[in-house]
Write a protein that binds this ligand. Sequence first.
Ligand SMILES: C[S@@+](CC[C@H](N)C(=O)[O-])C[C@H]1O[C@@H](n2cnc3c(N)ncnc32)[C@H](O)[C@@H]1O
Length: 221
Amino acid sequence: MPNHDNSPIFPDSYVGDNSSEYDNSIWMERNQKKSTLVCLQYLYDEKLNALGKDDILNEKNYLIVDLGCGTGFSSEIIVENGHRVIGIEILKDMISKAKFKKDFLKRGRELELILADINHLPIRLASIDHMISVSAYNFITYGKKLPGDISKTTNNTASYLKEILKPNGRVVIEFYPKDEKELNSFISSFKDNGFDGFMVKKDFNQKSGQTFLLLKKQRKL
Ligand SMILES: C[S@@+](CC[C@H](N)C(=O)[O-])C[C@H]1O[C@@H](n2cnc3c(N)ncnc32)[C@H](O)[C@@H]1O
């Protein structure tokens, strides 16, 4: 069931019949896959290459974590593009559908699916090449009302993401911040915890709506 502005409500929009409706929606599949392809392009972005430590990504077979993988639309596209993927999803109703579909994927063996919380990832330090998150990252503060709790969560998570990335690891997040305050709190959590990066929007003055964060782990001095 969406909010009055049509944005999804977590977790209601993704449990029970709503999870089936999500998975069966051709519109949703098309949108998630389209946004994921944009994220994959941004992973290799030239401006990101030039930021901080100048480095160029040119490989096509990275180990990529898909944060909040839902029923697997994004993971499927990342695997199809030649990468290995670890999909992280907090809801059983969603990940069970991704697990079912995995067996039918051409490169399904390259996809591992883990029921876990983005805020508490069961992943070894310095083991992941890059991360992508499509329409999921804004949910990490779900249930938190106090500004102090929200910033603690966003900071802890950004800091841990940095730890599990290999040197030169990149993160591309597509998400829908509800307002400027929320957007700024996500941006500062990355800037304050060892990432360089920038934001891409269709219209730079737009404060909510579809937003991409292109991030790169800072090199150690
Ligand atoms: C729009 S949906 C999935 C989008 C996904 N890109 C896809 O292709 O289906 C967002 C997902 O994020 C998941 N999610 C929300 N908070 C999470 C968290 N803290 N840890 C892991 N997954 C989370 C939700 O359960 C939901 O399945």
